[in-house]
Design a protein around this ligand. Structure first.
Ligand code: NAD
Length: 514
């Protein structure tokens, strides 16, 4: 594979979505493919002035979109899903080229977009409120949900299309225009998604220009553009996915102007493997969760907490499996592990392995491979690190395929070890002991947002609310009632009596002349 091939293929994929070649060399914002480190585009980044104009356009679109009945808004999302089905192979391939995921996972990401669209279409007829019992006679109390306003969406490189769609599909049916600041590492995926949505918008028809132009926009740039989005009072919601470091900046900035955030931040996901576990299932689940996406999922399995009774057996089996994992070009069928996103990620992984060794860890794997073939790309053998205990490095998220293994004797100690990290995204237990399984999912069990039994921590379905606790940020996206984050809640009391009773029985009468 040569540089030219990837750049050419990228241009032709984008052309299929209706994006002309001129934008691919319009500026100096370099986009590279992690597959070989080659440049696939040089875009013109947006300025703060451009972003200001986008927010103004979204603000103009908002009252128009808000006035469209929700099922009609759902129709747009239905058309979007149709377009996604049509473009799934091409968009999935672009995800692989720009983010380095294997083809299977790139396609899976687009399937996730389709799934959330289907969910949102149904939701567009189910933005239910409540009728609440009033304590006052002749009164009715109710709660209803109204569109919020332009939704700012900041996304990470590792899910360059799905995470936006979780936000976009819900925000659109909820009546909110979209402004997307994608990762600076994956802007082409964002342009592609927006172009595909643009096709659905065109098919929906009968839209005034102000609505068409301001309904969904993409701002290309780095952290400074994200910060400008956070600071703008015209954006009532900022949904931000990325590192805890980023969330610690975004959260206070938006709060400072009393905006709302939905934070989806880093994880440090654990799995307990109990003595009664079905080890065949556990092995397969561990492999996918720890090694899949080259360890670059927010839900990647990073900490394995194994009963000492079965640890030697499981670790031997894992080492055998790790040796067989095929690492290479993610576009080639049969590859299971593609590249890291870049040099910084590789350096971070090597630093973490060094620290783990100094803490007494035994490292298996973790070395760079295929450097002679692709000097500017960073492929690694996933690492398995046996740790004497859960040290500081284990408690931090290193966004690379490192699986730390700790042993436990007592189930209570395993739970305590599991919960004693700052992050709280995804967790799992492998056990056939009903008591352990129930305890793990109880209030005293795992402290994470996602708590699984006999499946790994990664690979969530869109029907459930996705997100986590503690430093993961507390936000929830996708299914269940996550849609409420994109709307404003209204509580209404209607008096249809001829009296004016006050709540709590308060008397506040004045003498009125006959
Ligand atoms: P990152 O934090 O470097 O960047 C994420 C996004 O935030 C990018 O668009 C970036 O430009 C923007 N950004 C960075 N600094 C900003 C600032 N000061 N103000 C506003 N925006 C800013 O993360 P990444 O390397 O792209 O992604 C990996 C991280 O994302 C990991 O920590 C991973 O766990 C996390 N992640 C979490 C979830 C989740 O749902 N919880 C999903 C995917 C990724």
């Amino acid at each position: 594979m040569t540089t030219d091939n990837l750049a050419h293929e990228t241009a032709s994929l984008l052309a299929g979505f209706g994006i002309g070649p001129e934008i691919l060399s319009a500026g100096d914002f370099a986009v590279t493919s992690p597959i070989d480190g080659s440049r696939i585009a040089a875009l013109r980044p947006h300025t703060p002035g451009d972003l200001d104009a986008m927010i103004a356009a979204a603000e103009r679109a908002f009252p128009l979109w808000r006035a469209v009945p929700p099922p009609r808004r759902g129709e747009l999302v239905r058309l979007f899903a149709e377009e996604l089905r049509r473009h799934k192979p091409a968009l999935g391939r672009l995800v692989s080229i720009e983010a380095g995921k294997i083809l299977e996972e790139g396609q899976g990401e687009v399937q996730e977009m389709i799934d959330i669209c289907d969910f949102a279409v149904g939701l567009s007829r189910q933005l239910y409120g409540k009728v609440i019992a009033s304590e006052r006679p002749g009164h009715r109390m109710l709660e209803s949900w109204h569109p919020l306003g332009p939704a700012g969406i900041i996304t990470a490189f590792n899910f360059p299309v799905a995470v936006w769609s979780w936000n976009a599909a819900l925000a659109l049916v909820c009546g909110d225009p979209l402004i997307w600041k994608p990762s600076d590492k994956t802007p082409l995926c964002a342009l592609a998604c927006n172009a595909i949505l643009g096709r659905a918008i065109a098919r929906l028809g009968d839209m005034p220009d102000e609505l068409r132009n301001g309904l969904s926009q993409v701002a290309i740039g780095g952290a400074e553009l994200g910060e400008a989005l956070c600071d703008d009072r015209r954006v009532p919601l900022v949904s931000a996915t990325g590192s805890t470091r980023m969330g610690a900046i975004v959260g206070p900035r938006v709060a400072q102007r009393f905006g709302r955030t939905l934070l989806e931040l880093g994880g440090n996901n654990g799995m307990i493997v109990a003595p009664s576990a079905d080890l065949d299932l556990a092995l397969r689940a561990i492999l996918f969760a720890a090694v899949g996406t080259a360890g670059q999922r927010c839900t990647t399995l990073r900490r394995l907490i194994v009963s000492q009774d079965i640890a030697d057996t499981l670790i031997d089996q894992l080492k055998r499996a790790y040796r067989q994992v095929r690492i290479g070009n993610p576009l080639e069928p049969g590859t299971l592990v593609g590249p890291l996103i870049g040099e910084t990620a590789f350096a971070g992984m090597q630093r973490a392995l060094g620290e783990a060794k100094r803490d007494g860890g035994h490292v298996f794997g973790g070395e760079r491979v295929l450097a002679e073939r692709w000097a500017a790309a960073y492929y690694v053998r996933p690492a398995l690190v046996e740790m004497p205990r859960q040290t500081d490095i284990v408690r931090r998220e290193t966004f690379a395929p490192i699986l730390y293994v700790m042993r436990y004797r007592d189930f209570d100690d395993a739970i305590a070890m599991h919960n004693s990290v700052p992050q709280g995204l995804a967790s799992s237990i492998f056990t056939t002991d009903l008591r352990e399984a129930e305890f793990f999912t109880s209030a005293a069990g795992s402290d994470c947002g996602i708590v699984n039994v006999n499946i790994g921590p990664s690979g969530a379905e869109i029907g459930g609310a996705f997100g986590g606790e503690k430093e993961t940020g507390g936000g929830r996206e996708a299914g269940s009632d996550s849609w409420k984050a994109y709307m404003r809640r209204m509580t209404t009391t209607i008096n249809y009596s001829r009296d004016l009773p006050l709540a709590q029985g308060i008397k506040f009468d004045i003498e009125t002349a006959p």
